[in-house]
Design a protein around this ligand. Structure first.
Ligand code: PLP
Length: 402
């Protein structure tokens, strides 16, 4: 184990209230640290005013904190601040991008995506495809459910205009070879939209090195608040990208028959934003940087390997994903519905996910209606892994009796 979990847990107030909780559902949402909660509280308790338009001290301080959060997030992904747009989260970011292409794509164009996509990465483009008649193509997955460069090359055509790809699948947990995919997509002139919701809490993202056009992630999966996230948009695209929402703070001039927009990111942040959320997300990014994404990744790997090693000797368990890079174990217990099994985990104060994980394409590929999923993070230790494995066995034995 790499991180000092006892020390880390002290940063998360939930462990004071519920010291025995075994939280294995970070892929859905992470636990929330005091550092982030304090940042939210500071805004609500000491400031609580709107930003950008105030001409008094507390409005200046709130504006300062909001823009400082943007700088932190820009550093977090190696972007410039005009490329970091605060949104409600990954879903909101990805829908913004897809909506833009409703006016651009033609029936002869192609959108290339994968069965690994979460619904919030896939459905906006299914809608675009239905409305524009642009064709949706899929990269064939290998036998482990992974995307290979060979398969990507086969699916890419001169008509591919947009590649929509997850950085890490929320069911399979594997890293996609993004850098090479983006390089190849650019060779045919396609834009690349990256869903980094599962990647941002685990891996250093460098948008300059990746060179993608768009990248999205959510605060709540990476120690931040709910209802806030990021859309990275390459600066060269922001001039021609149409805002989806119109309203306060996004315009320069308005007349009866015209409007001119501010530059990015303000052009895309109409109305009073989620100020506290942005400040909280900034604090979360600070904490992740302080702990170190490399260490987080190593820690998560060690928990994953320890658990897989124990599970592989348990009969009646089907592990559905292979060599996860992000501490995700997707599995089923023979002849037991995942929701029934989940009740045993819940009884033992173990939080795991059961369902289709908003990723029905990959569930269908796996041949499952629904699955169980455990996911590890910085506050988990080997004792969590042991309790989890014991509960898997207990669930199997309990339901075998019926
Ligand atoms: C890979 C992936 N993409 C997108 C999302 C959607 O994120 P949000 O609900 O925060 O918008 C999730 C959430 O589970 C996810 O795992």
């Amino acid at each position: 184990m790499i991180l000092k979990v006892e020390k880390i847990r002290k940063l998360f107030p939930i462990y004071e209230e519920n010291p025995n909780i075994v939280y294995l559902d970070t892929a859905a949402s992470s636990l929330k640290p005091s550092q982030m909660i304090d940042a939210l509280n500071h805004y609500y308790q000491d400031l609580g005013v709107n930003i950008h338009r105030g001409v008094y001290k507390i409005a200046h301080e709130a504006t300062d904190l909001y823009e400082t959060a943007r700088e932190k997030l820009a550093r977090f992904i190696n972007a410039s601040t005009d490329e970091v747009i605060f949104t409600k989260g990954t879903t909101n970011s990805l829908n913004m991008v897809a909506n833009h292409y409703l006016d651009i794509l033609k029936p002869t164009d192609e959108i290339l995506t994968s069965e690994l996509e979460h619904h919030s990465s896939f459905l906006p483009w299914l809608n675009v495809s239905q409305k524009t008649q642009a064709k949706l193509n899929y990269i064939e997955l290998d036998k482990y459910g992974k995307i290979t460069i060979e398969a990507f090359k086969k699916a890419l055509t001169p008509n591919t205009k947009v590649v929509v790809i997850t950085a890490v699948s929320n069911v399979m947990g594997n890293k996609v070879p993004l850098k090479e995919i983006i390089r190849l997509a650019h060779e045919v002139g396609a834009h690349v939209v990256v869903d980094a919701a599962q990647a941002a809490p685990h891996f250093k993202l460098d948008v300059k090195e990746l060179n993608c056009e768009y990248l999205a992630f959510s605060g709540h999966k990476m120690l931040g608040p709910t209802g806030i996230g990021i859309l990275f948009m390459k600066s060269s695209l922001s001039q021609t990208f149409t805002p989806i929402e119109f309203g306060g703070e996004m315009i320069n001039r308005v007349s009866k028959d015209n409007m001119t927009f501010k530059n990015s990111p303000y052009k895309f942040e109409a109305g009073a934003p989620n100020i506290a959320g942005a400040i909280g997300l900034g604090a979360a990014a600070d904490l992740l940087t302080e702990i170190g994404l490399d260490k987080i990744s190593e820690h998560v790997d060690s928990l994953y390997e320890y658990t897989i090693d124990k599970l592989k000797d348990v009969d009646g368990i089907r592990i559905l994903n292979h060599d996860s890079d992000s501490g995700i174990i997707t599995f089923n217990i023979d002849d037991i519905h995942p929701h029934d099994a989940a009740s045993i985990f819940d009884k033992n104060n173990i939080c795991v996910r059961a369902g289709h994980h908003c990723a029905q394409l990959i569930l269908k590929w796996l041949g499952e209606e629904s699955t169980l999923r455990a996911s590890f993070y910085i506050y988990n230790d080997f004792s969590d892994c042991d309790k989890f494995v014991e509960s898997v066995i207990e669930a199997r034995d309990f339901f075998r009796k019926f």
